[in-house]
Design a protein around this ligand. Structure first.
Ligand code: ZN
Ligand code: ZN
Length: 412
């Protein structure tokens, strides 16, 4: 891929070859008339486009709304999308063949607003967007494998996912609540959680708490969070406001009797302290996208019998060194200079099957061989396949155990 520097140098060179703006040779009368004729024709073509706009697919509508410029020609993009659709259909057929007919599973953690609006990584993934079949919520649910019982979408950002976006995650859930009702065609396959992510902890205040309380009353709301600590992307100066927001949400989860969804990175001791202070032993907890140490995972499992640990598509990635990533230094966290995947395999082997949850955290971390694409619940079986492979057990057993754990934590 060309570096930004190279692109800038190329653009500067190209500019130097182009005549300077505003400098032109005077035209003869004949040339002027020809030019006027051309402009008239072009204007006519434009008017025609305005009068009869081409019919847009759902994907093109999302693209147009997102303001991301198309990079490829329409014909090329539709060819790539067709290949994407065929590949996904083959994937669904493949996984259904691997499992007995009654096998069921759930994606216990994803983010609908970013999956459907393609706002992930600030909306800066136009190549992905063009190469994928972009669906609305009903289309997405229809595309899932028959054995997928559904998913739990988290709504945890008061701020926008990308500058200029129309809706935040909080705005999205308020607008789409009718689709979560029992009478909606997709209502039986979707649930949600409400809270404030540590990346957005600065927005926690009395009004935010009221909003969370209000949305938590909805019958499809099964959890509070994800909330917690993140010192991988944030410095420790932000610890205080993250802790304040986390404590308030942990208390709320206990008060309302909802599962507590935790996002904790490089914050083992702090996380343990808050839970020990506020959360009774019997409370259901989801430690999502776990990446801390095995000893911490086992300690948490021992202290909270209804705690489960979620793993995402990142467990399928090939080994790489995590050294030097992230701005924060970690607070009581684990070392991260060893190969990530070796640590992940250690975790998958060490945490008992009965304590695991499947999740995508879509749109992020699409499992191999779909890495780089927008992750969604219809790909979560790849996480189960990795667990089955590492533990040396049948895939159906992983589905059964994780399906049961989703019931334990979320009651669904
Ligand atoms: Zn998270
Ligand atoms: Zn998440």
């Amino acid at each position: 891929m060309a570096s930004a520097g190279k692109v800038r140098r190329w653009a500067a060179k190209k500019g130097a070859e182009t005549p300077a703006a505003g400098v032109s040779t005077p035209l003869t009368e004949e040339q002027k008339e020809e030019k006027q004729q051309q402009q008239k024709q072009q204007g006519g073509a434009l008017e025609q486009q305005v009068v009869a706009p081409p019919k847009l697919s759902a994907g093109q509508v999302v693209l147009a709304r997102s303001g991301v410029k198309s990079l490829a020609s329409t014909a090329f993009a539709s060819g790539v999308r067709l290949a994407y659709t065929q590949r996904y259909a083959e994937e669904i057929a493949r996984v259904q063949q691997l499992l007995p007919p009654g096998s069921r599973w759930v994606d216990s953690h994803c983010h609908f607003e970013s999956i459907l609006g393609r706002t992930w990584r600030g909306g800066g993934k136009p190549q992905v967007m063009e190469g994928e079949e972009i669906l609305d919520l009903e289309g997405l649910v229809r595309s899932w494998p028959e054995g997928l019982d559904g998913c739990i979408s988290n709504f945890v950002f008061k701020r926008l996912s990308k500058p200029g976006a129309r809706l935040s995650e909080w705005g999205w859930i308020e607008e789409h609540l009718p689709q979560f009702s029992a009478s909606s065609p997709v209502g039986s396959k979707i649930w949600f959680t409400i809270g404030l992510h540590p990346h957005d902890a600065g927005n926690w205040d009395a009004a935010a708490e009221q909003k969370v309380r209000k949305l938590a009353q909805h019958p499809k709301c099964v959890g509070i969070g994800e909330c917690g600590f993140d010192f991988f992307k944030h410095s420790e100066e932000e610890a205080e406001k993250q802790e304040q927001a986390f404590r308030a949400q942990a208390q709320l989860a206990v008060e309302l009797g909802k599962a507590l969804v935790i996002h904790a990175r490089q914050a083992e001791s702090l996380c343990l302290k808050v839970l020990s202070d506020l959360v009774p032993e019997s409370h259901p907890i989801h430690l999502h996208c776990f990446s801390d140490s095995l000893s911490h995972a086992l300690l948490m499992c021992q202290r909270w019998p209804n705690l489960r640990i979620g793993f995402t598509g990142s467990v399928t990635f090939t080994p790489k060194l995590a050294k030097g990533k992230g701005k924060g230094k970690g607070k009581g966290g684990s070392q991260d200079s060893e190969p990530v995947v070796d640590r992940i395999e250690e975790l998958l082997l060490g945490v008992p099957l009965e304590r695991l949850l499947l999740e995508t955290d879509g749109p992020y971390m699409a499992p191999e061989p779909f890495r780089g694409q927008t992750a969604h619940p219809g790909l979560v079986h790849r996480v189960a396949e990795k667990i089955a492979q590492v533990k040396g057990i049948p895939l159906a057993q992983v589905m059964e155990a994780t399906r049961m754990s989703t019931r334990v934590v979320y009651g669904i």
